[in-house]
Write a protein that binds this ligand. Structure first.
Ligand code: CMC
Length: 428
C-alpha cells in the first residue's frame, strides 16, 4: 500500500510520496524535496540507492538471485528461446508470435548491409585497435550514413530505426574482428538465422566456409540471451542518459558501448581470462591472488567476482558455469584455465573476506572460458557481450523516449573554494 515517507530536516517535516513497484520494491519520491526545502538534495555517489526511473523491462532481486525479462525467468528463456525472440520480448514487451518473428527476421535481413564508404572509416584504424573502440566509433558513424532523427511519436519511424541497428550492428562487430585479423569483409549469406549469421560473418573465409556446429550455435545463443539486459547498469543508464538529451538511437548505443568497455563492467570478461592465464603462468597459485585481492594496498581485484546488485549468486553465472562444463565436454576441449577458475571460486567462497562482503562469481567469471572454447579471441569477448546487450539498450532507450522522461541531469554538493578575488599573474 502506497504511503508517504516523512523526512525531518533542520526541524522541518517533509512528506515524500512513496512508489511501490509490482514486485514490492519501495521508492521514496524526492521530486519536490529541493523546491520545498529551499535547496536540499540527496547525495548518493555511484547511485547505489537511487532509482533513476520506473521501468517495466527487467526485474532483478540481488538477494534472492532472481532475474526476469518482462516477467519471464532467465533460466526459462536461456533454455527455450532464441536470441531474436528475447530481443523482441525486451524491446516490444511480449514474446513474438511466429508471424511477428518471421516479419522481424525479414525486416532485419532487408537492412543487413552497410554503406560501402564505411569501409574507408574502418580502414583508418590501426589493426591493433581494440575492437570495442572500433565498434563504438563505427556505430556512431552509422548516424552519418542514416541521417535524420527518429520521430519517436511515429511507431513506424521508431520501428525502422530499431530494425536498422539490429541489422547493421552485427556486421560492424564482424568487420571490427575481421579488420583486426586482416581478413576480407563479409556480410554472411543471409540464409542462416540471426545468431548463426553472426558466427558466419565472423569466421567465413573466401576459401573455406565456416561450418556451423549446433553445440557452438546453442551455446552462443544462450550467452547472448544471458547478456541481453540487466536493468539500470552502467551502460544502460548511459544509453538512457545520452538519449534523454534527444540524441539519436545510434549515438546513444555508441555511448553504451563505451561504458560497457570498462573492466568493472563488460570488460571484466576479458580481464577474467587474462587474470586466469596469468595465474596459470605463475604456477597456478590461487591463494596468492586471493591474498592480493584482499590487500587494500594492492589495486588488484578478483575479476569476475562481486556485483553492485547481486549479493548472492548471479543467476547468469550459475547457467554459464553449467554451460561451460557441457560445451567444453561436448567439444572435447580441455582448458586448464577452467580448473583454475573452479578452484579460485571454491576458495573464494570459503574465504571470510569474500563471504563477509557477499562477493560471488558474476556473469563474466565463466563466460570468457566458453568464448575461448567457441574459438572467439579474448579481445572480442566484450564485443560479443555488446551484441548480447544490444536489445536491452534499445529497449531502455525506447522506454525512456516513450515515457517522455526529462533530460538526465544530476545535481551535486559543491565542496570547492568559496568566492575569492582574482589575482593578477605577477601576484600569484
Ligand atoms: N575483489 C576484491 N574485493 C572486492 C571485489 C573484487 N572483485 N569486488 C568488491 N570488493 C570489495 C571492495 O573492495 C569493497 O571492500 P570494502 O568494503 O572493504 O571497501 C567491497 O567489496 C564492496 O565493493 P564495492 O566496490 O563498493 O562494490 P560496488 O558495488 O561498487 O562494485 C563491482 C561492484 C562489480 C564493480 C566490483 O565488485 C568489482 O570491481 N568486481 C570486479 C570486476 C567485475 O567482475 N565486474 C563485472 C561485473 S558483472 C558484469 C557487468 O556488470 O558488466
Amino acid at each position: 500500500m502506497a504511503e508517504n515517507a516523512t523526512l525531518v530536516l533542520q526541524g522541518k517535516k517533509y512528506e515524500l510520496p512513496v512508489t511501490i513497484g509490482t514486485e514490492g520494491e519501495i521508492g521514496i519520491n524526492i521530486k519536490s524535496l529541493r523546491a520545498e526545502s529551499g535547496g536540499a538534495i540527496t547525495l548518493d555517489p555511484g547511485y547505489k540507492n537511487t532509482g533513476s526511473c520506473e521501468s517495466a523491462i527487467t526485474f532483478l532481486d540481488g538477494e534472492k538471485s532472481i532475474l526476469r525479462y518482462r516477467g519471464y525467468a532467465i533460466e526459462d528463456l536461456a533454455e527455450k528461446a532464441s536470441f531474436l525472440e528475447v530481443a523482441y520480448l525486451l524491446i516490444f514487451g511480449e514474446l513474438p508470435t511466429q508471424s511477428e518473428l518471421d516479419k522481424l527476421n525479414k525486416d532485419i535481413k532487408k537492412q543487413a548491409y552497410l554503406d560501402d564508404d564505411l569501409k574507408k572509416i574502418l580502414d583508418g584504424f590501426p589493426k591493433s585497435a581494440h575492437p570495442m573502440g572500433v565498434l563504438a566509433s563505427m556505430t556512431s558513424a552509422l548516424v552519418a550514413f542514416n541521417p535524420g532523427s527518429v520521430n519517436v511519436n511515429s511507431q513506424e519511424d521508431m520501428y525502422n530505426a530499431i530494425i536498422k541497428i539490429l541489422a547493421k550492428f552485427p556486421i560492424l562487430v564482424a568487420w571490427a574482428f575481421r579488420k583486426r585479423n586482416g581478413w576480407p569483409l563479409e556480410y554472411g549469406d543471409g540464409s542462416s538465422n540471426y545468431v548463426n549469421n553472426i558466427l558466419k560473418m565472423m569466421f567465413d573465409m573466401p576459401n573455406e566456409k565456416y561450418e556451423l556446429n549446433p553445440i557452438v550455435s546453442e551455446a552462443f545463443n544462450k550467452l547472448l540471451i544471458l547478456h541481453a539486459d540487466h536493468e539500470q547498469n552502467c551502460s544502460a543508464s548511459t544509453v538512457r542518459m545520452v538519449g534523454s538529451s534527444h540524441a539519436g538511437l545510434f549515438v546513444s548505443i555508441s555511448a553504451g558501448i563505451s561504458a560497457l568497455w570498462g573492466p568493472l563492467h563488460g570488460g571484466a570478461n576479458q580481464a577474467v581470462v587474462e587474470m586466469l592465464e596469468s595465474i596459470k603462468e605463475n604456477g597456478g597459485d590461487t591463494q596468492k591472488y586471493l591474498a592480493k585481492a584482499k590487500d587494500k594496498e594492492d589495486p588488484f581485484r578478483l575479476m569476475g567476482f562481486g556485483h553492485r546488485v547481486y549479493k548472492n549468486f548471479d543467476p547468469r553465472a550459475k547457467i554459464i558455469k553449467k554451460s561451460a562444463d557441457e560445451v567444453l565436454g561436448k567439444l572435447g576441449v580441455e582448458d586448464p584455465v577452467l580448473d583454475i577458475a573452479k578452484r579460485l571460486e571454491k576458495e573464494a567462497l570459503q574465504d571470510d573476506y569474500f563471504v563477509k562482503r557477499k562477493l560471488y562469481p558474476n556473469v563474466d567469471f565463466y563466460s570468457g572460458i566458453i568464448y575461448r572454447a567457441l574459438g572467439i579471441p579474448t579481445e572480442m569477448f566484450t564485443v560479443i557481450f555488446a551484441i548480447g546487450r544490444l536489445p536491452g539498450w534499445i529497449a531502455q532507450w525506447r522506454e525512456m523516449r516513450l515515457r517522455k522522461e526529462p533530460i538526465g541531469r544530476p545535481r551535486q554538493i559543491y565542496v570547492g573554494r568559496n568566492k575569492r578575488d582574482f589575482q593578477e599573474i605577477q601576484d600569484r
